[in-house]
Design a protein around this ligand. Structure first.
Ligand SMILES: [Zn+2]
Length: 249
């Protein structure tokens, strides 16, 4: 049984069987994994608080071929994020980040960039300068890294490059902007302003560290929220649970 050691963020932990816990975690080297932490429910000695969501660990696990679940052997906390728990809204936003990664990632497929993105945005949640609109840049980057990148550069129907003097819609099904010549809008199309389109065009070329320099106007933020929620529902097949909690706060 091969043993692996890598860094990982805990996404979700459930009680499992009598004394174990079932853990979903995102690793730097192997992508999304699910595993069993034996005895973690009964005894705190072995895993302590390492299995709390958001916690960054060095994990050691055993993987067996043809088995979905790995066996978590050891977790060593590299960084916990206690600051997040101090603010209920940030807890909910953080839960949303974890849910998106869990809901959109294929299992056992390495995407080190997704790992880096996740750790970076969890860290951002602990910063005083954090703005909620930054979540949309996380969404955008995650979509791109996992093969769902929305198209904002040209019309997805006729391929004509974006024209700032035209008025566009966004097609959820086709995953991109549609120009006025290719309308009338089919169902599942939302209006999108050129300001928002420009913002996402700029975001494409920015490194992760510079991404948060982009500012969303209030209208852009609302528009993006509606659009990405629909886009996610379409790809995840359901509405993210953490979104509902967020909307009630
Ligand atoms: Zn067109």
């Amino acid at each position: 049984m091969p043993q692996h050691t890598t860094q990982a963020v805990i996404l979700r932990t459930h009680d499992f069987a009598e004394s174990d816990r079932l853990v979903s975690f995102y690793t730097k080297d192997f992508g999304l994994l699910r595993g069993v932490a034996k005895g973690a429910k009964r005894s705190l000695k072995r895993f302590g608080s390492a299995l709390e969501p958001f916690t960054l660990n060095e994990v050691t696990y055993f993987a067996r071929e043809h088995q979905d679940l790995v066996r978590l052997e050891r977790c060593r906390i590299v960084r916990a994020f206690p600051e997040i728990a101090q603010n209920v809204r940030r807890v909910a936003l953080g839960a949303y980040l974890l849910e998106l990664v869990l809901g959109l990632s294929p299992e056992r497929e390495a995407h080190p960039e997704v790992y880096r993105l996740l750790v970076y945005y969890i860290d951002q949640l602990t910063q005083t300068g954090f703005r909620e609109s930054m979540i949309h840049l996380f969404e955008l980057r995650l979509f791109g890294l996992l093969g769902y990148e929305p198209q904002f550069m040209h019309c997805v129907a006729c391929n004509t490059p974006f024209d700032i003097s035209a008025a566009y819609h966004f097609s959820i099904q086709r995953g991109g902007i549609v120009c006025p010549r290719c309308e009338p809008p089919l169902h599942n199309m939302l209006p999108i302003s050129n300001g928002t389109i420009r913002l996402f065009q700029q975001a494409r070329d920015l490194s992760l560290l510079k991404l948060n320099r982009l500012y969303f106007s209030r209208d852009s933020q609302e528009e993006t929220h509606k659009l990405f929620t629909r886009f996610l529902e379409y790809h995840m097949g359901r509405r993210p649970r953490s979104l509902e909690i967020l909307e009630q706060l």
